[in-house]
Design a protein around this ligand. Structure first.
Ligand code: ADP
Ligand code: MG
Length: 258
């Protein structure tokens, strides 16, 4: 059997509590998770089950109460605050539900920001931004302001901004929830084709069952726990987890093991 690809993210017994005493919320109650490069992992579950909390912990924006979080072979708990900020800037891209674009900047200028923060000239950053927008069928909207773009177009700009510095990990929190079904589908296709390349790991939080087909792995979450992981799509990489594939092969994903 081929050697296993090293996981991009490893969580072991991760606990996150908010507040204390009467207002204690146990948002993560011992989460174990592995996320692999070259794959799209969906994190699904009902509202309030801890998806955003887990994504924030994995992305290094939130300290877990306890447990191990390893991202790209780095132990996040051993990193100083300033080192973590630098690590995030270089290695992690974020896409949020509400796009978070800067309203006074054009699409291309918004996309350029991570490169400018990394010290690139405005001119080179802008050229790279336009090129990426072109790949995402947004080349003709590169000079538009966010208010001149549809929701789906704004989300594509936000995805381009998260990918422009070639992060090895991309995390997206409900990227389709503000979009209609058709646009949501397009965004997931964009994420599949643009994001899952170059051995990048992609985690998408969603409670939208219409996008489940796009995941290589689906981690189901409930009440602060991962209650199961399904493997699908048979991309080849997913076949590595032979036992997982067999588990889902019998029922609804009959074709996967063929
Ligand atoms: P999801 O993204 O799955 O909807 P969250 O991770 O946002 O779930 O929230 C998990 C639980 O933690 C919920 O009960 C939520 O109310 C609570 N929670 C989230 N953020 C905070 C916070 N900053 N302070 C207190 N409780 C929080
Ligand atoms: Mg959430």
């Amino acid at each position: 059997m081929a050697t296993q690809t090293e996981a991009a993210v490893v969580c072991r017994d991760v606990i996150k509590n908010y507040g204390s005493g009467d207002s204690l919320v146990r948002a993560l109650r011992g989460v174990d998770l592995e996320v692999f490069p070259g794959e799209l992992t969906l994190l699904v579950g009902p509202s309030g089950c801890g998806k955003t909390t887990l994504l924030s912990v994995v992305a290094g924006i939130l300290e877990p109460t306890s447990g191990q979080v390893n991202v790209l072979q780095h132990d996040l708990r051993k990193m100083s605050q300033s080192k973590k900020v630098r690590f995030r800037r270089q290695n992690i891209g974020f896409v949020f539900q509400q796009y978070n674009l800067l309203p006074a900047l054009t699409a291309a200028e918004n996309v350029s920001i991570p490169l400018i923060l990394a010290g690139q000239s405005r001119r080179r950053a802008h050229a790279a931004a336009v090129e990426l927008l072109e790949r995402m069928a947004m080349g003709n909207r590169a000079n538009a302001l966010p208010t001149q773009l549809s929701g789906g177009q704004q989300q594509r700009v936000a995805i381009a901004r998260a990918l422009i510095h070639h992060p090895r990990l991309l995390v997206c929190d409900e990227p389709t929830s503000a979009l209609d079904a058709k646009t949501g589908h397009t965004i997931m296709e964009v994420l599949r084709s643009v994001a899952v390349e170059g051995e990048r790991a992609v985690i998408i939080v969603t409670h939208d069952s219409r996008v489940y087909d796009f995941g290589d792995r689906i981690a189901r979450m409930e009440d602060g726990h991962i209650i199961g992981i399904d493997t699908q799509n048979g991309t080849g990489r997913s076949m590595r987890a032979t036992s997982d594939v067999a588990t889902v092969g019998g029922a609804s994903h009959g074709g996967v093991t063929a």
